[in-house]
Design a protein around this ligand. Sequence first.
Ligand code: B4P
Length: 193
Amino acid sequence: MFNIILFGPPGSGKGTQSENLIAAYGLQHLSTGDLLRNEIANQTVLGLEAKSIMDQGQLVPDQVVVGMISSALDTNPQAKGFLFDGFPRTVAQSEALDELLRLKDTEIGVVLALEVSEEELVHRLLNRGLTSGRSDDNNESVVRARIKEYHNKTSVVAEYYSRSNKVVKVKGEGTVDGIFAALCSEIDKRLSK
Ligand code: B4P
């Protein structure tokens, strides 16, 4: 099993590149953002609580997203690997994920960290907000709050995985195809070891 974390600030291209990567490597895609938006669309209790938090640009509580990931891992026992997109976003989530994978006798193979300037992130997210209907994308103060939340709580996740030499930085500006090629090259290096 080969498991990948696609890491980076909001708007860095995680969702965009995930689609290409799961198609190329046959991995099971697990996006906590998508799982949460699914709960919101189904108007579940969890979804209603998550929506008010997401609309302020803040992170949903750790136990909520860890619970979602734990059941997604259990419902995909046949997966040949997982691509984690937008998860983990805190050190507590990282520790919980490591433990969940350990129980399945596997681990994270690589953390691919997309690097994009803040102004480009804001530009991309507001641009997506014009058509996505996502309420967290159409207000600049919420977009900037999400980026601040990333710096305060999520960027330390890269330090956490750096301790085991799992982090590779990839330039997230340029064409989608060019960035995809750079990500594939890093994955292929590790798969051929
Ligand atoms: P997510 O759904 O994870 O979304 P995201 O960070 O906004 O976006 P992503 O990085 O995937 O977007 P992409 O660049 O592909 O999170 C939403 C919210 O859910 C969070 O704020 C939080 O509240 C909650 N949440 C999710 N996971 C959580 C967790 N683990 N713990 C707690 N809370 C959690 O796309 C952005 C735009 O850029 C698109 O329009 C795309 O077309 C464009 N783009 C992509 N690549 C480009 C390129 N190379 N050039 C130009 N444009 C590009």
